[in-house]
Every structure is written in structure tokens, then in C-alpha cells.
Design a protein around this ligand. Structure first.
Ligand SMILES: Nc1ncnc2c1ncn2[C@@H]1O[C@H](COP(=O)(O)OP(=O)(O)O)[C@@H](O)[C@H]1O
Ligand SMILES: [Mg+2]
Length: 458
């Protein structure tokens, strides 16, 4: 079954109006009923005071209650009746007998308030005994019309029936306007989200920021798209760089092989061609190896084998291994400080890390220069500095050297076999070990890489 589309703003408005209607209705009913009750209580007080006043001025003769020259209710705005007691004979009355009997047939009517309805309207009635020498002499019944109250209550009802629909109307209108305004950004978000595709992640909501749920959502949405766009860009750039990087060695191999196959060269020339091909193949092999490593680390497939390592010994080993290379390049490579230190880490990766850094230092330092390694154990961290007196890195390049395929001088490093992946691999290894790396460099004077790795806690 297809679900009908029921917009949120409609739902919100309906709930809001429903609640408001209930509240207004309860309020009106309570107001109406309490007003009526208040008027009646007020009326009852008036009747009681009246009875008290009248009974004090009634004529009593020989122990008998007597009607005066004028009935007690003459010239007043209420009705009355006077009974003798205990025989309950009606002495005088201006209350229509039908109404009077409606009241008095009620046993124990004395001292009771009652509303009696007649064709002329409602009457509020009350009665009280008349005392003389603390003996009951007669009964007074007094009544007043409730017509005024009825008119007031009818008016109030009329006002309510006009005002309540108007209020609800305003509420519906207000509800629609408010929810429309509040939910407008959501419709906008839906529209933009539909327009965004993998190919075009440049779209943003760009809503003016409001500090509420919707403002936060819009901001988060934009941030998410931005992250996606950046990672998509990086991926594109990476693929582009990788294929570009592989194209050169393949082209070299191809031309070398083609010219060798032409078959007019000497044995020496063939050998040279094969040597070039071998170099390029080695370069490609390293490149593919590095790329695979980065791909595995990106997808979290690269797992470390963590063990306790004697770090100072490890550094010595790496330096010994690289010593011949330094010597060939006419450099002095030495360890100037080596505090005894232990770390927890993956041996292969730690060796790869410092091999890369020292290899760089050797590679980018001209003959006659120095590469100095120092290991300092500060207790919490092990600080390893690799300092060279090489060509340095221009300041504007410093922020980028850890990016993949980034090389300061593309032409020169190509010859020395660098692909620009070394430092990004170093960075990954350091992050995976909970360490950090810093670089300081002065163009033409030298570069210092400093690596911090957490010490092994004994
Ligand atoms: N010790 C250093 N001295 C000068 N430049 C350096 C040094 N180490 C790295 N660089 C610069 O940083 C770039 C990136 O280094 P890396 O990622 O190891 O790539 P590469 O494969 O070129 O060695 C290098 O191409 C080089 O320009
Ligand atoms: Mg390198």
C-alpha cells in the first residue's frame, strides 16, 4: 500500500491547533461555570441580608405575626411571601402560587436556597423563620429574578462562540506560517541533496547560520559534503599522480627495449640498455610496493605487529646499513647521542620509517656534508632528530612535503629515484605508533626532522 505524503508542517499545525482548542474550551467552560456560581453565591448573600432586615421590622401582635399596612415586599425589587407558624397559613404573597408551591412542597424548605424555573424566567428563592422572644412566629419566603444573570451568561456565551473560532483561526494561520518558516530549510536541504551527485560535490546549502537544531543540521550537512568533496578530490589526484608516476618508467623501458631490438648496437650498448631497464623496473617495483602499502593503510588493512623493541640498537643497525651509501655520496653519517631507550612498535615499520628519513637526509645533502642522528629519552617520549646540512626545503613547500607524491624539485628527485611517497608513509607509521613528526628547514643550510615516539612503560 502506498503511504500518503503527510507533510510535517501539517502534522505540527494540526497537533498545535488541537491542543489549543482543548485548552481554550476548558478555559471557557471553567470561566462560564465559575462566573455563574459566583453570581448565585452573591445573590444568595443578598437574599439572606434582606430576610434579616425584614424580620426585624415585622409587626408582631399578641404573639401573632401581622401583615402591616403594606406588604413587606412593597416598593422593593424582590418577591416575597409570609406564612404564620406553626400552622403555615399564607398571610400575604406576590409570588405566583405555582412557583411558590414548587418551592414549598420541597420538605424542609426553611433555610434552603433554590432556583425555580417559571415561564417568566428563573427565580432564586430563600426562606427564613421570624423569631420573637426566641420563638418562631412565622416564615418569610423571599425571591429574586435571575433574568439579569441569564442575560449576562448568554452574552458571555455569545462572546465565546465568536472569539473561540477567531482564536483557533489565528492559531491555524500562525501555525502554518511558523512551521512553514521553520521547515523551509529542510525543503531546501532535500532539494540540494537531490542535486548532489558523486560527480558534482560542489553544491552547498549555505544557509545563514542559526543556533538551533536546523541550523546545526544544515552546517553538519555542508561540512559532510565538504569532507566528501575533499576526499573525492584527493582520490582523483592520487589516481592521476600514480598513473603519471608509472608512465615515465614504462616509457623509458619501452624506448630502451625498442632501440636495443633494432639490433645494430654493440654488446656494451645492449648491456647499458638492460641496466637502464633494470633500474626503471626497480623504481617501478618500489613505487608499486609503496602504493600498495598506502592503499592497505587507507583501508585499515595494514596491521602492525607490536612488540617490545630496543630502539637504540635499532637505530644503530639502520645507520650501519646506510653508512656505505653515505660514504659513496661523500658524507659523514654519525650518531651523536644515543640514550638507551625502548619502545613498543612494529619492527619492520620502525626500520622503514627511519630508513626513509635518513635516506632522504643522505639523498638531499651534497658531498662534503653531514648527517647527524641523536636519540634522547625524556621518559615519556623518545625524541629522535635527523639533522643534515643539505639543500633544505623552501618554506612554501614545508606544509606539503607529507602529501602523497609531493616533491620539491620534481626533475631532480626523479633521477634519484624518489616518488614523493616516502614521507607520507613515514607520517602514517608515526601516527599508527601514537607519535608525531616535526620538520625544520633552512633553504641551502639544512633540514632537521624530529620524531617523537612514546616510550615503553616498564
Ligand atoms: N632531508 C631533506 N632535505 C631536503 N629536502 C627533503 C628532505 N627530506 C625530504 N625532502 C623533500 O621532501 C620531498 C618529499 O620526500 P619523500 O616523501 O621522502 O619523497 P622522495 O621520494 O622524493 O624522497 C622530497 O622530494 C624532497 O623535496
Ligand atoms: Mg624519500
Amino acid at each position: 500500500m502506498k503511504k500518503i505524503y503527510f507533510p510535517l508542517k501539517l502534522k505540527l499545525t494540526l497537533w498545535y491547533v488541537l491542543l489549543l482548542t482543548i485548552v481554550i474550551t476548558i478555559f471557557s467552560v471553567v470561566t462560564y461555570l465559575s462566573l455563574e456560581k459566583m453570581i448565585i453565591i452573591n445573590e444568595d448573600t443578598i437574599l439572606k441580608t434582606q430576610v434579616q432586615q425584614i424580620s426585624s421590622v415585622l409587626d408582631i401582635e399578641n404573639g401573632k405575626i401581622k401583615s402591616g399596612d403594606e406588604p413587606f415586599y412593597a416598593n422593593t425589587d424582590f418577591y416575597g411571601a409570609l406564612y404564620s407558624y406553626p400552622d403555615l397559613k399564607l398571610i400575604e404573597s406576590n409570588i405566583p402560587s405555582k412557583i411558590l408551591s414548587q418551592y414549598t412542597t420541597n420538605t424542609d424548605f426553611i433555610g434552603k436556597y433554590q432556583t425555580v424555573t417559571s415561564p417568566e424566567g428563573k427565580l432564586r428563592m430563600y426562606s427564613a423563620p421570624v423569631y420573637y422572644d426566641s420563638k418562631i412566629m412565622g416564615i418569610i419566603v423571599i425571591a429574586q429574578s435571575l433574568n439579569l444573570m441569564d442575560i449576562a451568561m448568554k452574552n458571555l456565551f455569545g462572546i465565546f462562540t465568536i472569539i473561540i473560532p477567531i482564536l483557533i483561526g489565528i492559531a491555524i494561520l500562525g501555525g502554518i506560517i511558523i512551521s512553514n518558516k521553520a521547515l523551509k530549510p529542510i525543503s531546501h536541504m532535500t532539494k540540494v541533496a537531490r542535486e548532489i551527485s558523486v560527480g558534482d560535490l560542489s553544491k552547498r546549502l549555505n544557509l545563514p547560520y542559526t543556533n538551533d537544531e536546523i541550523g546545526n543540521l544544515a552546517q553538519t550537512f555542508d561540512m559532510m559534503i565538504e569532507k566528501l568533496e575533499n576526499s573525492f578530490k584527493r582520490q582523483k589526484q592520487f589516481t592521476h599522480d600514480a598513473s603519471h608516476e608509472l608512465r615515465t618508467p614504462i616509457a623509458v623501458i619501452q624506448t630502451q627495449a625498442e632501440s636495443a631490438l633494432n639490433g645494430t648496437g654493440t654488446k656494451e650498448e645492449y648491456k647499458k640498455a638492460l641496466q637502464v631497464i633494470l633500474e626503471e623496473a626497480k623504481h617501478m617495483s618500489k613505487l608499486v610496493h609503496d602504493l600498495l602499502f598506502l592503499a592497505r593503510s587507507d583501508s585499515n588493512a595494514e596491521k602492525l605487529t607490536i612488540e617490545n623493541l630496543n630502539f637504540s640498537e635499532l637505530i644503530e643497525g639502520i645507520v650501519n646499513e646506510l653508512a656505505p651509501l653515505a660514504e659513496n655520496n661523500g658524507l659523514t653519517l654519525k650518531i651523536i647521542k644515543n640514550d638507551s631507550s625502548y619502545i613498543r612498535g612494529d619492527q619492520t615499520r620502525i626500520i622503514q620509517l627511519f630508513y626513509n628519513l635518513i635516506d632522504n637526509a643522505i639523498k638531499y645533502t651534497p658531498a662534503g656534508g653531514k648527517v647527524e642522528i641523536s636519540v634522547e629519552n625524556s621518559g615519556k617520549f623518545i625524541k629522535t632528530s635527523i639533522k643534515d646540512t643539505g639543500i633544505g626545503i623552501p618554506e612554501e613547500h614545508l606544509p606539503h612535503i607529507f602529501e602523497r607524491f609531493y616533491r620539491v624539485d620534481k626533475a631532480r628527485t626523479r633521477k634519484s629515484g624518489g616518488s614523493g611517497l616516502g614521507l607520507s608513509i613515514c607520517q602514517w607509521i608515526i601516527n599508527a605508533h601514537g607519535g608525531k613528526i616535526q620538520v625544520e628547514s633552512c633553504e641551502g643550510k639544512g633540514t632537521t626532522f624530529v620524531v617523537w615516539l612514546p616510550t615503553l612503560k616498564k
